[in-house]
Design a protein around this ligand. Sequence first.
Ligand SMILES: *[C@@H]1O[C@H](CO)[C@@H](O)[C@H](O)[C@H]1NC(C)=O
Ligand SMILES: *[C@@H]1O[C@H](CO)[C@@H](O)[C@H](O)[C@H]1NC(C)=O
Ligand SMILES: *[C@@H]1O[C@H](CO)[C@@H](O)[C@H](O)[C@H]1NC(C)=O
Ligand SMILES: *[C@@H]1O[C@H](CO)[C@@H](O)[C@H](O)[C@H]1NC(C)=O
Ligand SMILES: *[C@@H]1O[C@H](CO)[C@@H](O)[C@H](O)[C@H]1NC(C)=O
Ligand SMILES: *[C@@H]1O[C@H](CO)[C@@H](O)[C@H](O)[C@H]1NC(C)=O
Ligand SMILES: *[C@@H]1O[C@H](CO)[C@@H](O)[C@H](O)[C@H]1NC(C)=O
Ligand SMILES: *[C@@H]1O[C@H](CO)[C@@H](O)[C@H](O)[C@H]1NC(C)=O
Ligand SMILES: *[C@@H]1O[C@H](CO)[C@@H](O)[C@H](O)[C@H]1NC(C)=O
Length: 467
Amino acid sequence: MTKRSVSWRLVTCLSSSHKLSLNVLCLVVTLFLLLQLWSFHITLQPILLPPSLLTYLNHEQQQQPEVSHNETAYLVEKLRESVTFLPLKDLRFSNKPLEGHTWFMSSLYDNQTKGEVQYQEFPSESSKGRLLCLKGFDKHDGSWNYYALAWPQALPINASLKKGLTFVSYNHYDYGNMWHGLSAMVPFVAWSLRNQCEKPQRWVLYHWGELRFNMGDWLKEIITATYGQEPDILHFVDENTPICFEKAVVMRHNEGGMSRERRIEVFDLIRCKARNYCNISSFETSRPKIGMTLLMRTGPRSFKNVSAVADVFRRECKRVEGCEVKVSYSNNLTFCEQVELMRNTDVLVSPHGAQLTNLVLMDRNSSVMEFYPKGWLKLAGVGQFVYQWGANWSGMRHEGSWRDPYGEACQFPDTDRRCMSVYKNGKIGHNETYFGDWARSVLERVRNMKDVVERNQGYDSLNRCMC
Ligand SMILES: *[C@@H]1O[C@H](CO)[C@@H](O)[C@H](O)[C@H]1NC(C)=O
Ligand SMILES: *[C@@H]1O[C@H](CO)[C@@H](O)[C@H](O)[C@H]1NC(C)=O
Ligand SMILES: *[C@@H]1O[C@H](CO)[C@@H](O)[C@H](O)[C@H]1NC(C)=O
Ligand SMILES: *[C@@H]1O[C@H](CO)[C@@H](O)[C@H](O)[C@H]1NC(C)=O
Ligand SMILES: *[C@@H]1O[C@H](CO)[C@@H](O)[C@H](O)[C@H]1NC(C)=O
Ligand SMILES: *[C@@H]1O[C@H](CO)[C@@H](O)[C@H](O)[C@H]1NC(C)=O
Ligand SMILES: *[C@@H]1O[C@H](CO)[C@@H](O)[C@H](O)[C@H]1NC(C)=O
Ligand SMILES: *[C@@H]1O[C@H](CO)[C@@H](O)[C@H](O)[C@H]1NC(C)=O
Ligand SMILES: *[C@@H]1O[C@H](CO)[C@@H](O)[C@H](O)[C@H]1NC(C)=O
């Protein structure tokens, strides 16, 4: 007889009898029954258990650890098998590849703290302790490379584990171009600055989810200088063997989200590390009081008449005490020659182009004067402003741009995109009057600043990373 059936009797008994005396009797009987039931449960049950059953239960209990160990091994095996690899490039987001979670590892979200670098770290609280695993060696289509998360105790079948810290970089552009390469590297340096200057053991480079194994020489040297070791770029041996990482940091937004302050910190560190690496003393006495450097290009976007341009700047420089002009070509300078040149530059005069990336290596508050061929303003898109941003982010002054009003003719209206192919590789002329006035006003400002305060290098915050 269960408690439920007793209650049911109570109810039927009460409702079926109309006389009070009968109801009372009914209650008494029911209570008696309930008490019987309880006492049965409390006192009689253990005694009623047959000894053979007790022995059986005890035996089972001793067996328990064995059983659960077996069960764990079984579950771990199931966990390993259930690790699911997803395509690195998620084509569902190809219309907004750079927004939010992006199309790269699109199921995962970045740690976003206001003003700080946006990153993912594995293992972490948000990965619930799981490691990042990568698979695939496609160099042409990122949807054939894969990622997964796995607990360290249950890595996918056949996976190999890479010890130490791995930097996984997503670059929407390329690692050969100085500016784009540097942009991809900035967030990692920012992360290191906030994480005891931790260095990566290796790098995994992706562009649209496709593997890359090379980076430009300039970038390689910047990384070598910053981390004190050459970047080791991971190669995958075949398409089916997953590689999991003991610790991985993933960046897919370049410097996006970082405050100007954070960016400046990064460039301060890179600048300082590069100078140390090249053995350039910060107390060099041979440095001109005001250095004006014309950093020239050859080919596309070079000046049509370099000597005419150089003459204008030499003339203006001569008017200012302690000013020296240097004309250099970026294509045949070694990395350390570039670092040293920038160390001695207060005013950088250069056409729009990757060589301008060197501007981050000047002392803070130095000036940049940029030049464009005809047609760029209307057709070249926002990318043409990267050195204005770069100057701002690294604490420099972008002094404006000169855009050549003359150049090759385009058969279409000058807002027609087809004209870009004509203008893209155009050369840059000059306007003596304009260049002269411009140089004079920039030099004037630089001279005043130098007189007021010998610029401090602003490395105070970086002692932690020993620079
Ligand atoms: C699980 O236990 C059974 C019985 O003791 C044993 O035969 C089997 O090998 C065990 N399996 C594992 C994975 O330990
Ligand atoms: C996000 O980063 C901050 C530090 O920048 C850290 O304190 C926090 O724990 C991180 N959050 C997650 C979920 O990893
Ligand atoms: C693991 O590697 C072995 C030997 O190379 C191979 O036969 C097997 O198919 C692989 N298993 C998986 C799940 O890739
Ligand atoms: C800097 O100096 C160190 C020690 O004197 C030397 O080993 C290193 O090669 C030098 N580096 C460069 C780039 O000159
Ligand atoms: C370049 O400019 C200089 C000085 O203005 C001039 O003498 C020279 O003829 C020019 N060269 C060319 C190729 O136009
Ligand atoms: C560097 O390149 C420029 C332009 O190609 C050339 O005029 C100059 O002589 C070169 N300098 C050296 C040192 O090779
Ligand atoms: C950089 O940009 C910010 C905001 O866009 C502006 O407030 C600041 O003055 C700029 N700094 C320099 C040095 O140009
Ligand atoms: C050169 O610049 C000056 C000053 O900005 C301007 O007045 C002049 O028209 C320009 N010359 C040419 C040929 O465009
Ligand atoms: C840069 O210039 C500004 C204003 O001219 C000044 O306040 C600041 O201290 C300078 N910064 C450095 C690092 O010299």
